[in-house]
Design a protein around this ligand. Structure first.
Ligand code: HEM
Length: 408
């Protein structure tokens, strides 16, 4: 239960612990686990603002499903320090609906949801299946070791985005490296500005091309809607930003986690029917997209704590997905558990629009990889795998793997 308000107010609020490198690379930072004894508590944000940290599963769901908590960037105080962050967050650019509330958000959301038809999902699934085989063929031909991030975890999501935008896979360099720069915490503001410019240029040319000559893809379909050119560019930007790094990091970190839990990997190999359940459990266990911030539009009480209008609430997805009240023995990767109800895709109005695609990518990619290379293993000791310590999306920087040459 929640501590009395008086004792909570008397304490100096902690800042968000983000350093995961304190032991197991798959576990939340020890400092965060220590704060999870209370589901809702004070948090000092990067700019000194005292907002709230939500670590309980029920409390996280309550916040994310409540329209009194806004997704507008300009109302939020950033949860953690970031290089070159402006004192006040600017509002989302036109079309960037992840940073909007109802009813503006709802308009984009409905429009996009309607484009993920059964036919399109089937087509995309077939493309991922083919492309996964092509990637595995290329790995096999190239030798017996590779960086899995480069040869597998990044290409598969990049193909999916190319398919959605109607871009040939060969043209992925027009956005892939720029998106990486935007998300790179070590890149300076000048480099990020240049990358944003290049992405905008790419998308504006693409939107013009699809308007002139629509092809069979989501972006072309959207050009037939009432969205303006600038809105289409914004929507394209959201897909690039949300769809690339998230899935790539799940594929690479998920492989690392399975290789580190050989009993679980053996169980998956023995029964590929467990693929979908494995994907859900990996999503829960790894929680790569974290945290999710919101701003209170009104006074709201969550689990006995009064959150005041204007305060920022930082929802820790990793902590909520390790809430023992919801997931017994939460620190154990267990592909036999029912991990449904995890918050790795968020919850409520903004719950991940690409979640079915992401699930398909992973449910195809993991079993195919482990079936092709039965002897797949790390090429370095696990503690030498470089981790994305302070990135917006958690994962590995590279994953050196090796496998045996096929004997047949
Ligand atoms: C939103 C996670 C893959 C498109 C979100 C949110 C999370 C998330 C946590 C909610 C953000 C919030 O509430 O503020 C993930 C993870 C993925 C993944 C972990 C991979 C495993 C994808 C893919 C796409 C995509 C492949 C596109 C093809 C989106 C979009 C939104 C979103 C458009 C914004 C939805 C809205 O604001 O209504 N994602 N995502 N995501 N995601 Fe994903």
């Amino acid at each position: 239960g929640a501590a009395p308000a008086t004792s909570a107010a008397a304490e100096e609020p902690p800042t968000l612990p983000i350093d995961r490198h304190t032991g197991c690379p798959f576990d939340p930072p020890a400092g965060l686990t220590a704060l999870s004894d209370r589901p809702v508590r004070r948090l000092r944000h990067a700019d000194g603002h005292d907002g709230w940290l939500v670590t309980g599963h029920a409390a996280a769901r309550a916040v994310l499903s409540d329209p009194r908590f806004s997704s507008r960037y300009e109302l939020m105080h950033p949860p953690m320090p970031m290089e070159g962050l402006p004192a006040e967050m600017p509002p989302a650019p036109v079309g960037e609906f992840i940073g909007l509330d109802a009813p503006e958000h709802t308009r984009y959301r409905r429009l996009l949801t309607g484009k993920f038809t059964v036919r399109r999902m089937r087509q995309l699934t077939e493309r991922v299946e083919q492309f996964t085989v092509e990637c595995l063929d290329a790995m096999e031909q190239a030798g017996t070791s590779a960086d899995l991030v480069e040869v597998f975890a990044q290409p598969v999501p990049a193909l999916m985005i190319c398919e959605l935008l109607g871009v040939p896979y060969a043209d992925r360099d027009r956005f892939q490296s720029h998106v990486a720069t935007v998300f790179d915490q070590r890149a300076d503001m000048e480099a990020k500005g240049a990358a944003f410019g290049a992405i905008h240029q790419f998308l504006s040319e693409l939107v013009a091309a699809k308007r002139a000559e629509p092809t069979d893809d989501l972006l072309s379909d959207l050009t037939a809607s009432d969205l303006t050119e600038e809105e289409l560019i914004g929507v394209g930007g959201v897909l690039l930003a949300a769809g690339l790094d998230t899935t790539a990091n799940m594929l690479a970190l998920g492989t690392f986690a399975l290789l580190s839990n050989p009993d679980q990997l053996d169980a998956l190999r023995a029964d590929p029917g467990l693929a979908e359940q494995t994907v859900e459990e990996l999503l829960r266990y790894l929680s790569v997209a974290d945290p999710i911030p919101r701003a209170a539009l009104e006074d709201v009480e969550i689990e006995g704590q009064l959150i005041k209008a204007g305060e920022t609430v930082t929802v820790s997805v990793q902590a909520a997905n390790r809430d023992a009240g919801k997931f017994p023995d939460p620190d154990r990767l267990d592909i036999h558990r029912k991990a449904t109800g995890h918050l790795a895709f968020g919850h409520g109005a903004h719950q991940c629009l690409g979640q079915q695609l992401a699930r398909v990518e992973m449910a195809v990619a993991f079993p195919a990889l482990f079936a092709r290379f039965p002897g797949l293993r790390l090429a370095v000791p696990p503690e030498q795998v470089p981790l994305r310590e302070h990135a917006n999306i958690y994962g590995v920087i590279s994953l050196p793997v090796t496998w045996d040459k096929e004997q047949s």
